[in-house]
Design a protein. Structure first.
Length: 443
């Protein structure tokens, strides 16, 4: 057991000296709860996190103030990506500015990196981080999958995941891993997401209080390493319900960014309601100015709506990304570049981009460096206006129906498609649009 001292502005813990206070009946340690954390020398925060004093804001609901999208250019970091088998498929042929480390092969989860007490296998993560740093992207590491030896229920079933991995860890094991990984990658990994999809039984079956206690313990350690902390990221159209319960239990005090996973099982336009609900929860707990990140999404599998064929997939992708930025999501992470089953953009077998991969590249080019105004809908037709320097103007437009017509604004000279080719248009010309967005532009 490592006996080195860990010191932060909030934490002072000598591992072996404090271990006696952590041991439970099993002899392996105590489950993470308020008592165990207090015994470990961690802050036992019993304050009311619904109060203005604890959050520094009015919990009755500071209204969310939408950013002025036209005031800033879309940054490359808005575009996030998962690359599952980076060491094997190579770096993606599309551009993005942020990468989320999750579901990687070779494995980079807690159970992969820390297979036994005091034993660490850093090779896979070292390789990934070095490669990604050389590409100039920022990284988010997501915690998840408790090692069996560290689990408070090592034989408990996890809905298809390995036994024990979805249950709360022992406090000492959790603190030790968070400290080791954030220390090792200090200055390399900037963002740390506290858990993956805690509202899914294959990832989490612990209690809400345990999750908040884990956040309370991890937050000062991550901050001491210069990191920025994301909330656990619930998935689905009811993600806001889990986040609301987490904030009500005190979790808002231990986050810098609110994260969620926008799996909709439906058209991308339904994202608007989910974002509004997430913003309402932030306002309720006095953190309406905290960035909102969508750290995992795609159309899902081929059996999901709009997942059946490449044209539908391309349409879903482009519309979702545009609407995310339009609604003020600060970063949006696609899952995944090289997945064969879930939102795949690249064919690993034939080593070529798929049609939605080409669409991702085009949308990145349409948006990055441009200034947006919020997308608006007129019946079935959505349009998002885009400007650049030197008088460039464009409009991204699509129909949620089979086809619609749209009159090109004055000054438009070209219409670009998600597959790359363009055609000449003139201002005032009526064009036919469908489910795949097109870009009408002035030059």
């Amino acid at each position: 057991m490592n006996t080195r001292k860990i010191e932060t502005g909030y934490v002072r813990l000598v591992m072996v000296a404090g271990l006696a206070a952590l041991l439970g009946a099993s002899g392996a340690g105590s489950a993470i709860d308020t008592t165990a954390l207090k015994n470990a020398g961690l802050p036992n925060d019993t304050s009311n996190h619904n109060s203005a004093s604890s959050l520094g804001a009015n919990p009755t609901g500071l209204p969310y103030k939408a950013p002025d999208l036209s005031a800033v250019a879309v940054p490359s970091q808005f575009f996030g990506m998962h690359v599952i088998a980076q060491s094997y498929v190579g770096w993606p042929s599309v551009a993005f500015g942020t990468q989320r480390i999750w579901d990687n092969y070779p494995g980079t989860n807690w159970k992969d990196l820390n297979p036994a007490p005091g034993q660490y296998n850093w090779a896979s993560l070292d390789t990934l981080v070095a490669d990604s740093l050389s590409r100039g992207v920022e990284m988010v590491y997501t915690f998840g999958y408790v090692p069996t030896w560290a689990s408070t229920n090592p034989t408990g079933t996890c809905n298809g995941a390995a036994n024990g991995t979805c249950f709360a860890p022992y406090a000492e094991a959790w603190l030790h891993f968070v400290t080791e990984i954030t220390s090792r990658y200090k200055g390399k990994i900037k963002y740390w997401e506290l858990w993956n999809e805690p509202n899914a039984a294959n990832y989490w079956q612990g209690s809400m209080n345990q999750m908040v206690a884990m956040a309370r313990a991890a937050y000062p350690v991550i901050k001491d390493a210069g990191g920025i902390v994301l909330t656990p990221a619930p998935q689905g159209t009811n993600a806001y319900r889990w986040t609301g319960a987490y904030f009500a239990a005190g979790g808002a005090a231990y986050s810098d960014i609110t994260s969620f996973h926008g799996y909709l099982y439906g058209p991308p336009e339904s994202l608007s309601n989910l974002i509004d609900s997430m913003r309402a929860i932030q306002s309720r707990y006095g953190i309406s100015d905290q960035p909102l990140w969508d750290t995992e999404h795609s159309w899902g599998s081929s059996t999901w709506p709009m997942g059946a064929d490449p044209s539908q997939q391309s349409a879903w992708l482009a519309r979702y990304i545009a609407l995310s930025y339009s609604k003020g999501v600060a970063r949006s992470f696609w899952y995944a570049w090289d997945s064969a089953e879930w939102g795949g953009l690249y064919d690993k077998l034939n080593k070529q981009e798929l049609k939605p991969g080409v669409a991702y590249r085009e949308v990145y080019k349409w948006m990055t460096g441009a200034r947006f105004t919020p997308c608006v809908a007129n019946d079935e037709v959505y349009q998002c206006h885009i400007t650049r320097a030197n008088g460039y103007q464009a409009v991204m437009v699509w129909s949620t129906g089979e086809t619609s017509t749209f009159v090109a604004p004055s000054g438009m000279v070209r219409m670009r498609t998600l597959s790359g080719p363009s055609a000449a248009v003139t201002g005032g010309q009526t064009v036919t649009i469908g489910m795949e967005p097109v870009l009408l532009e002035s030059r």
